[in-house]
Design a protein around this ligand. Sequence first.
Ligand code: ADP
Ligand code: ZN
Ligand code: ZN
Length: 670
Amino acid sequence: MTLVRVALDVPLHRYFDYLAPATEAVSRADIGCRVRVPFGKRAKIGIIVDLPETSDFSPAQLKPVEAVLRDLPALPADWFRLTEFCAAYYQAPPGEVMLSTLPAGLRRVDPPKARTPKAPAKASPTQVPPALTAEQEAALAAVGANAGKGFHAYLLHGVTGSGKTEVYLRLIERALAAGRQALLLVPEINLTPQLEARVAARFPEAGLTSLHSELTEAARARNWRAAFEGRARIVLGTRLAVFTPLPELGLIVVDEEHDASFKQQDGMRYSARDVAVFRARERGVPIVLGSATPSLESWANATDPRTRGRYTLLTLRERAVENARLPAVQRIDTRLEKLQDGLSGALFAAIEKRLARGEQSLVFLNRRGYAPVLACAACGWVSQCTRCAANLVLHLADRRLRCHHCGFESRIPKACPTCGNQDILPFGRGTQRLEEVLAARFPQARILRVDRDSAKSRKQWEALVEQIHGGAADILVGTQMLAKGHDFPKLTLVGAIGPDAALHAADWRAPERLFAQLMQVAGRAGRAELAGEVLIQTQFPEHPLYAALVRHDYPAFAAQQLKEREQAGFPPYAYQAMLRAEAPQMAEAIAFLATARAWPGAEAHGDVLLYDPVPMRMARRANYERGQLLAESSSRPALQRFLAGWREAVEAIKAPSRLRWHLEVDPLEF
Ligand code: ADP
Ligand code: ZN
Ligand code: ZN
């Protein structure tokens, strides 16, 4: 009698044993195949992980597998090592991890009817690749020197427009020539149609396939399968694509490696960048992490003498296009003048100059909506979300008050709900208000707002990009959506409004994010023949962050931040995990965390520090009150040893039925 051990998508840290079906033989060659099995009253799709000799259950207790699905090749051993590593590292149930990485259609008991695949879009072949710059040559030579020697991690630090993408393309070309597949990970495919087009144009024969959340279920399954079966030689995808089984993987590239979108924020809270590094090591292939503003974790891995050799640093200091210089960055000291609707005279004048010259300006404000709050000056009422510890944001474009945290919406009241005052006013400003201010000031200008409200879908986003490229806009008003990876040839001015808030935020990662954002958005200015100018409105012009920005000096900024982090004992000099609990009452959440903190087993882990449970900064969200408990160690293995036992202990805590909790390893947000 053959026993079949199966991974199932259930929140338990174990596999499930079944008997082989009576009607067909199951062999070890079937490990990695999907199966349909009875589970409770229903059927489920699982994956065969083993054919064990023995089971904790007697054969009479075990049910037979209903069917072995051999429509796909069996998932390979390295894919099991990858998913099992992630389950162990992130303390996530292995079956859940494995099944969640498959396209939805492949884990459904009743799969959708396969439709005839669309013929892949014929890419219009290649502009001729440019002759490489000396810096690009040097970077490629450094990677080439280690070719065929297995795993090697590189950090490609290149200023915006320095030709990092060209370096990726050349590396991909080499991988393809060596008969290997390349995996190119990007933070948000929505924002990168240009990259997709560029890769497709360069490699029209490589069967480029993309994997991201905007694909239909059928398309995703089809693309995933093309990658798995080796027909697609280049896979371009967002974070989940890091798990795609690739039989001939020869290269991994992670573009914009610092981007927070690589972090999954629910379910298994993994970092696709970190998983990619693990995968490259495990498969013995090179990995290139690229960014103009690397994460401080990666920067430390590439530059800290104590980690020497972990990552090799490759640097591109100059813009690739001849004569294209980095934009001149200036600070506008907003203490010295009275701003008009938040804008300085210098910025108005600079925009006017661009209008006269037929060039584009971008005003960057990382806050969407019209105003962050509506308030009554008579009684002090402010528009608050009843379900969250947060304000309702005023959206005048569609006349709503909206919570950006839970999605709650209401109409805009005509008078103060508390005192009846008719004169309730918006307070502060978001992109919609800025758009209005600019329209009033420059009535002849064509103004385009780009944020998540105006670009909800990829289609809308592409239409906006099209308009910008076609010169159909004079002034862009946008959030960080506009900061990423886009070439706008006529854009010569960037103004940043109100960036100071992040300087003094409680989150110690806020400066890192701010610097990256400003550097990226500044990088939009002056890419082609036209010189660019960047104006930063600030009340803290002397702040070292802005001083480094003016010099385009990421290394200086990073060095200063890393020094502070080391003194404070923060990552990357410490390793952390966060236990979060939420319940209708804060007291319940904190009591749960306190029980977790009192785990007697913790005594055996003197190298792990458990902090006191505290309410989260945003203490209530969607009617749940939220607390958190931080575990920290100076050693990653020590933290890992602790977490395995602790997670089991936390699972055993009897919690109120409406309490929810999760554990996040390497948390990014506090
Ligand atoms: P990054 O990814 O670093 O922002 P890109 O690879 O997008 O930079 O390159 C920026 C611009 O420079 C693009 O228009 C690209 O076509 C061009 N470019 C890249 N490498 C070269 C080169 N060696 N010679 C001329 N132009 C180049
Ligand atoms: Zn009032
Ligand atoms: Zn809310």
